[in-house]
Design a protein around this ligand. Structure first.
Ligand code: ZN
Length: 149
């Protein structure tokens, strides 16, 4: 794959779900389950950022994603998903920090620039609010810029 973009998403889900009578966290394994239940071959995202900032691996980077069906982004864009629903709540500080850390790593690994990082809703042709109206776009971009200046 020739990765040219990084596309940021939210799961638009709760951070925990009730299963067999107990609360279990939403993580890469659970999102993988949701996506494979839809008939997909694997989780659609390449990385999942948990509320505490930890990053979990999703689909391997040698495979195209299934996270954004416009602008060829599944083929040129690495998909990163934040667990949570940021149309309803704010992004926890630790989670935003974990996202910034992962994005910085990927920009360096693939020799990309801050301008190559996109929110799903900003991909031309995308009709979505993803990653949610409370995603702190300005702070996120500023933190990235600060790492590369
Ligand atoms: Zn999205």
């Amino acid at each position: 794959m020739e990765w040219q973009k990084i596309v940021i998403h939210h799961a638009a889900s709760p951070t925990e779900v009730r299963r067999f009578g107990k609360q279990v966290p939403v993580n890469a394994a659970m999102i993988r389950e949701w996506h494979t239940t839809k008939g997909w071959s694997d989780i659609g995202y390449h990385f999942v950022i948990l509320p505490d900032g930890r990053c979990e691996a999703g689909r391997p980077l040698y495979r195209p994603g299934a996270h954004c069906n416009v602008g060829q982004r599944n083929f040129i864009g690495i998909g990163i998903c934040l667990v949570g629903n940021f149309s309803e709540t704010k992004v926890p500080d630790a989670q935003l920090a974990g996202l910034v850390k992962k994005v910085v790593q990927l920009l360096e690994a693939f020799k990309l620039g801050v301008g190559d990082v996109e929110l799903h809703r900003d991909v031309p042709g995308a009709a979505t609010e993803c990653p949610g109206k409370y995603f702190p776009e300005d702070i996120f971009k500023q933190e990235l810029e600060a790492r590369f200046s």
